[in-house]
Design a protein around this ligand. Structure first.
Ligand code: ADP
Ligand code: MG
Length: 287
């Protein structure tokens, strides 16, 4: 059965790079994969398409093109089904997803995994639209080790809690994916946030020049540098997504922090950094 997987996070944290690389890793592992870009940037699928954007569904509808189940999608790396909604408002995003359903795109292409690349904003409007329209089984939140990205993750947890309400089949939390990590300090920072929000981190993707190099050549790391360490991290994440697919609801849903609790938590980290800078603590790895 098709698994609908959502990737969410603040702008610039690395969602699109992750979505493309995880898709490439999944297709190489033998799965049928569809990647749906929900970002107005319309760049979700470019790395799977030789670095070139595919036309957004919205623009094609506006140009009065006839869209069919075959023409709505583009074939990307190793046959990944690529769709770029390219919609600028949440209402439009919802209509774009309805259009995919009307075309019976999911039933016709029968992917094992559909990944949605969903941009973050303070009201989680795009995430809200996707949750309302498709049966997402698992939500992954991508974050870098900075306060604003974690704040955005916390907002997603709040929306998830509201959305799940007393649903018998809640949208599960796949995990928080730390991306662009440069030190054990950053790793601890994200893990500690996850701990306080009753979430868990999965994987850890280091900051790497290889990602930049592959982005410049218009390809995923999986395609361009298959034997690099960075490829290993993306494949590991793809495996974790597959492994989690069979898991049943464990009751472990995140508990978002209140604004006050989140601020108190961040102040404790400010104190730790201060102590480290002033030599009161000398081993950064300890925090
Ligand atoms: N692990 C990483 N190491 C180095 N650069 C990264 C990494 N992940 C993403 N990037 C770079 O960061 C920038 C933003 O990434 P992108 O995937 O477009 O973010 P988002 O989709 O969340 O806005 C891109 O230039 C991308 O190449
Ligand atoms: Mg993006």
């Amino acid at each position: 059965m098709t698994q609908h997987i959502a990737l969410y996070g603040k702008g610039g944290v690395g969602k699109t790079t992750l979505a493309a690389n995880i898709s490439a890793a999944l297709v190489e592992a033998g799965f049928r994969v569809m990647l749906v870009g929900c970002d107005p940037d319309g760049d979700t699928t470019s790395l799977l398409h030789d670095g070139l954007p595919i036309p957004a569904l919205q623009d094609r509808v506006r140009n009065q093109e006839t869209i069919t189940v075959e023409t709505a999608v583009y074939a990307g790396y190793k046959g990944i089904t690529c769709v770029e909604l390219g919609l600028r408002s949440p209402g439009n995003l919802q209509r774009g997803l309805q259009e995919l359903k009307r075309l019976q795109l999911f039933e016709q292409h029968k992917p094992d995994y559909i990944l949605y690349d969903i941009p973050g904003d303070s009201s989680c409007t795009a995430l809200h639209a996707v949750l309302a329209e498709v049966d997402i089984v698992r939500l992954f939140v991508v974050t870098t080790a900075d306060f604003k990205a974690l704040q955005s993750a916390n907002e997603a947890f709040t929306l998830l809690e509201l959305h799940n309400g007393d649903r018998t089949q809640p949208v599960l939390m796949g995990g928080l994916i730390p991306n662009g990590i440069t030190s054990s300090f950053e790793e601890s920072f994200v893990s500690d946030f996850a701990y306080h929000a009753n979430a868990r981190t999965i994987g850890k993707v280091p900051r790497s020049l290889v990602v930049r190099q592959c982005e410049l050549s218009g390809k995923t790391v999986i395609e361009s540098r298959p034997l690099s360490n960075q490829s290993y991290y993306y494949r590991r994440l793809a495996n974790q997504i597959v492994d989690a697919s069979g898991a049943i609801y464990s009751g472990n849903l995140p508990q978002p922090m209140s604004a006050e609790r989140l601020r108190n938590w961040s102040r404790e980290w400010a104190d730790r950094i201060h102590a480290l800078e002033n030599g009161l603590v000398t081993d950064g790895a300890a925090i």
